[in-house]
Design a protein around this ligand. Structure first.
Ligand SMILES: *Cc1c(COP(=O)(O)O)cnc(C)c1O
Length: 356
């Protein structure tokens, strides 16, 4: 029994805060795209092999749209915003093998919107599978107009220019930023934080750490804002796939603050709540590392799960390395958010030498 009559039990406290957060999220326009809630499953063979805390996987690879992934949650809010603004075409951008672009063009198709996408060659890989297979093949299925641009192009300026061209033809374009990472899109991960803590409460699970791959920052920023709104201090760690730590953390922090403003709940975002480990990037964005391939093989063989070479695989490499270093030795339960992307494996076939 709790001796303080004014205190609620921890579980009813968190559920109450989940409901309050859900109401604030519901005040924003949203369409239905995802198969939600996604499952939360233990990975016991992996946990046993590593000998650390019990590791759970939040299956955001199973969001349902066009083979799934984390962009689907963001697109529920972004597409609703596009429809509210009477757009008839979306313009977005990403790397050649972008999972964000694949999910965006599928979402656009479902709501009768056309899509123009700009793909930046960030790796310089010359092979046909990379340039035209995997995600790019699916972009074609969804009817996107695709433009390939060289690495280093100012992609935001290119999107603005493309939108201006479209306006001149009488179209009404809506620009979705790279990765869907703005306050509108990040609301999807505010809601994921709520969903995860409702699931954990139902399972009686105390989460000691949440970990996931971080890139354009909307996923982590949404989670940071969601955790602040839920008033939980569960640590959250992003594993970087592109930028150095300071840049990545600042990007996440800035977007988390803007997302909290957009959400309208007024909780403070603490800079210390934003933490990224960017030691697992390797030579650069989209360039495979040996640790990433080892992690992908390990999860396939131990858990029957597929991850991707650009994001979730590097995220896993980070998590596995940190568990092995003993960084989480005082923890019982950690949750890895599987952000999807296994379609990208088919775009990386030429870069798997020696892994089988
Ligand atoms: C986009 C993406 C991420 C990173 O999410 P951000 O919100 O861009 O930080 C992680 N994993 C996969 C598979 C992705 O496609």
């Amino acid at each position: 029994m709790n001796p303080n009559p004014n205190a609620t039990t921890p579980v009813s406290g968190i559920l109450e805060r989940c409901h309050i957060l859900a109401r604030s999220i519901q005040a924003h326009p949203r369409v239905k795209l995802g198969h939600l809630p996604t499952p939360l499953e233990p990975m016991d063979r992996l946990s046993e092999a590593l000998g650390g805390p019990r590791i759970w996987v939040k299956r955001d690879d199973c969001t349902g749209l066009a083979s799934g992934g984390n962009k689907t949650r963001k697109l529920e809010f972004l597409i609703a915003d596009a429809l509210e603004k009477k757009a008839d075409t979306i313009v977005t951008q990403g790397a050649t093998q972008s999972n964000h672009v694949r999910q965006s063009v599928a979402a656009a198709a479902k709501f009768g919107l056309k899509s123009h996408v700009l793909l930046e060659d960030r790796t310089g890989f010359p092979d046909a599978e990379y340039k035209d297979g995997g995600n790019v093949l699916l972009d074609r299925f969804f009817g996107a107009v695709i433009e390939h641009l060289p690495g280093g192009t100012d992609m935001n300026a290119a999107m603005e220019a493309r939108a201006e061209d479209l306006r001149k033809t009488g179209a009404s374009p809506y620009i979705i930023p790279g990765g869907g990472s703005n306050p509108v899109g990040a609301l999807g991960y505010v809601d994921c934080a709520r969903e995860l803590f409702e699931q954990a409460a139902a399972e009686g699970l105390d989460i000691d750490l949440i970990i996931h791959a971080t890139g354009s920052s909307g996923t982590q920023a949404g989670l940071v804002a969601g955790l602040a709104a839920l008033e939980v201090d569960t640590p959250l760690l992003g594993i970087g796939v592109r930028a150095p730590q300071e840049t990545q953390e600042q990007m996440v922090y800035n977007l988390a603050c803007k997302t909290m403003d957009y959400l309208g709940m007024g909780h403070e975002i603490r800079r210390e709540a934003v933490s990224a480990d960017c030691r697992f990037v390797g030579q650069g964005y989209g360039l495979p590392t040996a640790g990433m391939w080892d992690a992908l093989k390990m999860l396939a063989e131990l858990e029957g799960l597929l991850f991707d070479p650009v994001y979730s695989g590097k995220g896993l490499d980070g998590m596995i390395s940190l568990v092995r270093e003993g960084a989480f030795s005082d923890m019982k339960n950690i949750v890895f958010i599987h952000t999807g992307g296994s379609v990208g494996l088919f775009g990386y076939r030429a870069h798997m030498e020696g892994i089988f």
